[in-house]
Write a protein that binds this ligand. Structure first.
Ligand code: ZN
Length: 202
């Protein structure tokens, strides 16, 4: 993992996105805060921690202590979402709200005063390597429009899932400004070139 992170740094990525799955909110299980702590020890890049868990209200504190900079919680998690976003802010971290493909983006609007970023999932959370769901671009567009019209011009909109050079460009056109790429980067022959293409600096 350290080697891959070094590769990302050399390729010029801005953040490291860390997918946490608890085996409940999604069936899969990944890693927890001990691993994040190790990652914190080997990179100065901002760590963007995507919590796909049932109880982000209880988990956020552990990931904040382990070195997260941004903490993304799911609007579908069965807990008090507003209170959880406030709690993340109180911990001195940047709160973000994630939305699964089947959840209407309008559900997120009420939380914009409490978060710095909305993460629009462009695949079902769980597995890497899935195809980008093109209909999600509509959600991005709607969200960017709403944010601009309602006093949130600096809202970050992140897309996560199936991002490659083509879908990344489409997402940016729709209003996204943060792209998460997994397979698209790690399986590329030239990670640096793909990263530059995603950023539009190639
Ligand atoms: Zn993610």
């Amino acid at each position: 993992m350290a080697e891959e992170i070094r590769r990302c740094e050399d390729a010029g990525v801005d953040w490291i996105h860390f997918d946490v799955m608890d085996g409940h909110f999604v069936e899969q299980l990944t890693y927890g805060e001990p691993v994040l702590k190790r990652v914190r020890g080997i990179t100065d890049k901002p760590l963007d921690v995507h919590l796909m868990v049932d109880n982000p209200d209880r988990q956020a504190r552990f990931f904040a202590e382990a070195g997260a900079d941004i903490i993304d919680i799911h609007i579908e998690s069965p807990c008090d979402i507003g209170a959880c976003l406030k709690h993340i802010r109180e911990l001195g971290k940047s709160p973000a709200l994630a939305v699964k493909p089947n959840t209407p983006i309008e559900d997120a609007f009420a939380y914009l005063p409490l978060c710095d970023m909305v993460l629009v999932m462009t695949v079902e959370p769980g597995y890497g390597g899935q195809g980008f769901i093109a209909e999600m671009l509509e959600k991005v567009k709607k969200l960017r429009g709403y944010a601009d019209e309602n006093g949130f011009p600096s809202l970050d909109i992140q897309v996560d899932g199936g991002v490659n050079e083509k879908t990344g460009a489409d997402a940016k056109k729709a209003g996204a400004n943060v792209l998460v790429a997994g397979t698209g980067l790690f399986k590329a022959d030239d990670m640096k070139a793909v990263n530059a293409a995603l950023k539009g600096t190639l």
